[in-house]
Design a protein around this ligand. Sequence first.
Ligand code: ZN
Length: 311
Amino acid sequence: MKKYTHAWLAFMAIKRLEQAAIPQEHRANAQSLVKWFKDYRDFVISGSWYPDQVFKDMATSHIIKYRPDEKSKNVSFRKMPGTLRCYQLGLKSPLYQKPFTIEAGNLADRCEAFAQSIVDSFKMLRTEDKGNPISPSNNHIATRFFILSHYIADCHMPLHCDARSFSMDGNIHAFIESEWDKQVRASYELDTDNERFFYDPQGYPLKKKMTALMAAVEQEIVERPFKYEWGTGCKNTWDYMSGVSQYSYLMAYRMIPAEYDNTNLSKETFRGLDCWKEFDTYSKDIFSDAVESIARVWLHVWARYRQWAKM
Ligand SMILES: [Zn+2]
């Protein structure tokens, strides 16, 4: 995904935490996290773009690449929260519960490591005296939240979880991502001099004439029920992101049938697929799921810190 798409998803996750119906027992945590974020919104773009611009760990940490493999003993698919659209669709996939191999990538490890490091940084901040040079700053921690959102969002891009390469020749991967970025840029007021969004009075990206897709996602992320839990069998960020990557892989095969790879999927062929004809439908599911996951992982991180702070 591209720069403004990543930043927009992070903003939408804050909006979901503020405006969706959060279950009573998690509401105080969600409210305090949103309040804390409000001071750091200018870091959203640089933070959520840091992995691509500075870390450049795309070949390993932005992906988990799956391939169907009859000979593999790897067949277990995780149970996820029922609110995730990729999960609902994946349960109906012909590849669901079929063996697979993971050929590359450590995206789930990266997300787990970031989640842990944010909790640790908060603990250091609270422990050290103000001004102590080893103490991390709130600015730094907020930036790490937005960096984490980048990896979570990438996991929801189906082609990041598919071992078939669509990044050469027709480069459908880049094509889809630039179509998305165009929609973000068309729907919000951008302060291009300062590389950020203009904000509305609530501190969210200021809307202009919204595309149908962007408007649908804005609505979905507020209306979709909020489940705090990871899903049966997932105990932490690593488990959860591993599960997301499995259903993202199934989504990739739903979008682009098994007979295609970079050698035979030109833009012309792609335009004939259902995936292109229903681009907005797939995109809405992918974006809304990404926002759901970012909000869920962030809230768990924050809750762990708050739990510790109470002790
Ligand atoms: Zn990336």
